[in-house]
Design a protein around this ligand. Structure first.
Ligand SMILES: C[S@@+](CC[C@H](N)C(=O)[O-])C[C@H]1O[C@@H](n2cnc3c(N)ncnc32)[C@H](O)[C@@H]1O
Length: 225
């Protein structure tokens, strides 16, 4: 599916978010901010916007995605380290990364718990996972937002990509994705600590941060109940 929409993907993002998606991605980099001590993994890197921001900020970043056409776009933009692979079975040794970022990708993972466990495996103890994802907007915005996401945006995206239905997935994945409290609970159930999040643009998106505790290398994962 992402292969089909890869070419117009950036254009659809810019247009349908009125350019605000750039601000959201920059905020994700701010969230990573304090961690410059080692390699960073940008998971579900897609066309590489976050990886490029991290690279330009001086991070040693690797972008991972399972969609080759998306990775080709990231490569064209100048992202140096890219790898094709599945977020739930990553080709990295344990404790490889000083931070993991995921922008608008976590929602698409088939199994959130498995993904959180795999991210945990590749994180160094004391380092953090940063998730930028759609969330639940303020009540006054919920109705118009649902209409925009479910009807207007798929229409616009269908016209731009010449793939009617290409963005029908968006509204359904956003609707079934947990709200900010729910995502924090998932992180906690997977053993992450110091969980914090910040909502942006009236709660349309949220950036969550969860840390693998320093003693985490020996910690067993709690399971969601
Ligand atoms: C909506 S795009 C987000 C891309 C990019 N992070 C951004 O900020 O624009 C979602 C990306 O997640 C990737 N993806 C979804 N599930 C994946 C998985 N299990 N492993 C690797 N990549 C995955 C898709 O191929 C796609 O490129």
């Amino acid at each position: 599916m992402f292969g089909k929409i890869s070419r117009p993907y950036d254009c659809i993002n810019r247009l349908c978010s009125l350019g605000i998606d750039r601000y959201w991605r920059r905020q994700l980099i701010v969230s990573v901010g304090r961690c410059r001590t080692g390699p960073v993994l940008d998971l579900a890197t897609g066309s590489g916007d976050v990886a490029l921001l991290l690279q330009r900020a001086g991070y040693d970043v690797t972008g991972l995605d399972f969609c080759a056409p998306m990775l080709a776009l990231a490569r064209q933009k100048g992202v140096k380290k890219l790898l094709q692979g599945d977020a739930m079975h990553m080709p990295f040794p344990d404790q490889s990364f000083a931070a993991v970022t995921v922008a608008f990708g976590f929602r698409n993972f088939a199994d959130y718990t498995l993904a959180l466990r795999e991210i945990w495996r590749v994180l160094q103890p004391g380092s953090a996972l940063h998730i930028l994802e759609f969330s639940s907007p303020a009540k006054w915005l919920a109705g118009p937002y649902r209409c925009y996401l479910g009807k207007i945006m798929p229409l616009l995206a269908g016209i731009i990509s010449r793939q009617p239905g290409a963005y029908d997935y968006l509204a359904s994945t956003v609707a079934r994705f947990p709200d900010a409290d729910g995502l924090a609970a998932l992180l906690a159930a997977a053993g992450y600590t110091n969980i914090a999040w910040q909502k942006h643009t009236f709660g349309i998106v949220a950036i969550h941060r969860g840390q693998k505790p320093v003693s985490g290398c020996c910690q067993t994962h709690k399971t969601a109940s």
